[in-house]
Design a protein around this ligand. Sequence first.
Ligand SMILES: Nc1ncnc2c1ncn2[C@@H]1O[C@H](COP(=O)(O)OP(=O)(O)O)[C@@H](O)[C@H]1O
Ligand SMILES: [Mg+2]
Length: 326
Amino acid sequence: MALFFRKRKQVSEDELWKDHNNVSRETANAPRRAVRADSSMTAASEYGDEYIDFSQAPVTLPRPAEPRIFVIANQKGGVGKTTTTVNIAHGLAMGGLNVLVVDTDPQGNASTALGVPHEPGTKGTYEVLMDGVGIIEHAQPSPHSPNLHVLPAAIDLASAELELVNQRGREHRMRDAINQYIEESGVDYVFFDCPPSLGLLTLNALVASTEIMVPIQTEYYALEGVTQLMRTIHRVKGNLNDKVELSTILLTMFDARTNLSREVAEEVRKHFPGQTLDNEIPRSVRIAEAPSFRQTVLNYQPKSPGAIAYLAAAHEIAARATKMEE
Ligand SMILES: Nc1ncnc2c1ncn2[C@@H]1O[C@H](COP(=O)(O)OP(=O)(O)O)[C@@H](O)[C@H]1O
Ligand SMILES: [Mg+2]
């Protein structure tokens, strides 16, 4: 059995921080501060010359009133879905929130980066979808943070895409499992890392979610792919899940030196002014290297520009929840 989150109601602020790695009482009680990575991508902040050491993440992030369930979707491969999932999830967990990542891609790359085994035969997303097993049975704690759990995906998950076709209630399986898990665990954030297709695995994640986050690579005219995704979202909203909203767009692999990156970013911000995060993720070798060490960039190179940008984006996402509730 996996280690579980404690029930939301039973967790006091002090308890939460007690077993939070590297965080002292003084820093845990420090006032919350908004963060935005500045354009030179140093750790200097809008608070004058004060240097914020993001690697220690001495910030308690706001807990959303209701659990937020994100699907990280984009049917194109290699745009940064998995990288975004694991780094945002890790960033929120470092801020003291309870986070679950559901690896919905048979490649299992999110499981790898979060340090959770997923060799063939590992129980996880397949069993939840096909056998109706509770998420809590197979969610594994990530070694990166005590409040980060992962439902792993082994390669066996690939067959679920076909096996689900003939199953009754095939699009709702994950939603039922998530609702049960929310009751059992006190989770604050759930992230689905999806495969690069709009098949039944992605559909299950879309039906189970309340929010859609789309990473957009600022290196080619990415909006063409987004049109197809928007059509799918529209269909899901009309038929299967009227609650889900495209709430968040994250610009990734941004290179401020190229005109193309700047133009794509401008175009995306023009089309999605309310959804696009202020923080964009730079192209960074450190980000790409981290998974081969079974890490995210947040623990692989916590002071690198990529880590600072992902942490700032995680904080921005958490801060928006409070705004949405107002
Ligand atoms: N900001 C970045 N800078 C450099 N490389 C990146 C960045 N984001 C992702 N990558 C790399 O690009 C490749 C595709 O990213 P990935 O997150 O796996 O995309 P997807 O899940 O959409 O297929 C991976 O090798 C990853 O390490
Ligand atoms: Mg991926």
